[in-house]
Write a protein that binds this ligand. Structure first.
Ligand SMILES: [Zn+2]
Length: 243
């Protein structure tokens, strides 16, 4: 079975053919929520499609920086309904102001502490904030995956050392840096994802079954056949979920 550890299959880009897309291959799809309303939508969708694993969170780009507490508390109250906490994290690529970055860290720490309390794994978005993330994460006993990791080998190895996973989207087929990182990290800490509808093998709409591109590339890098990689990633994902 294929694993898409991070997607936005709820997004409007899939309104016309979501069912077809979800049945194109044998796959489990994590659907990550970006804010409270989106988290609710994802819960509903996961009731309709048995291969969607709902994830709830508050994306750093969707924080209401004037009054972040109100929505954050609403999302935290929902968390028990989700198997995974996502999408959360730090985005310093789009958000430049110090005060807003400070709020991002506060929000992230609230999620980390809830994840620790509830024993739920997290899938995090880290863009530009890896240094702060690596400073924060050792204070929490949590299982986490860094989705669409785009950093260097040194920080990747630190993520592994802290017990984390790294997931690779199909864009790895045209991204040398991600290929170099994949070669250096232990294969039992790797997951596949798509971030659908983004980060595809081409610039067109990405879709969950495209994780097969990530598998093929990882197979080339590690010199392992595709079927074995598929089983390996499935086992990694089960371990990540604690099942
Ligand atoms: Zn995402």
């Amino acid at each position: 079975m294929l694993i898409d550890a991070h997607s936005h299959i709820d997004s409007k880009e899939f309104d016309k053919d979501r069912e077809v897309i979800l049945k194109k291959c044998d796959i489990l799809v994590v659907d990550a929520g970006i804010n409270f309303d989106n988290d609710l939508t994802i819960l509903e969708l996961s009731k309709k499609y048995s291969n969607i694993i709902p994830a709830g969170g508050l994306h750093p780009e969707n924080i209401d920086y004037k009054n972040f507490d109100q929505e954050l508390n609403k999302v935290l109250e929902l968390l028990d309904k989700f198997k995974i906490i996502s999408e959360i994290g730090l985005d310093y690529y789009w958000i430049k102001e110090d005060e807003k970055r400070r709020i991002q860290k506060t929000v992230l720490e609230r999620f980390l502490s809830e994840a620790e309390k509830r024993g739920k794994p997290l899938i995090v978005h880290i863009r530009g904030g890896i240094k702060d993330f690596l400073d924060i994460i050792p204070s929490y006993k949590v299982i986490f995956d860094v989705h669409a990791y785009e950093g260097n080998i040194k920080n990747a190895l630190r993520i592994i050392e802290l017990g984390g996973y790294i997931s690779f989207p199909p864009v790895i087929i045209r991204d040398k840096q991600r290929q170099i990182v994949a070669k250096e990290i232990p294969i039992d800490r790797v997951l596949t994802e798509t971030d659908s509808p983004y980060l595809g093998p081409t610039r067109d709409r990405n879709e969950p079954c495209n994780v097969s591109y990530s598998i093929k590339k990882l197979g080339e890098i590690w010199n392992i056949d595709d079927k074995s990689i598929e089983r390996l990633i499935e086992n990694n994902f089960k371990r990540f979920l604690g099942i």
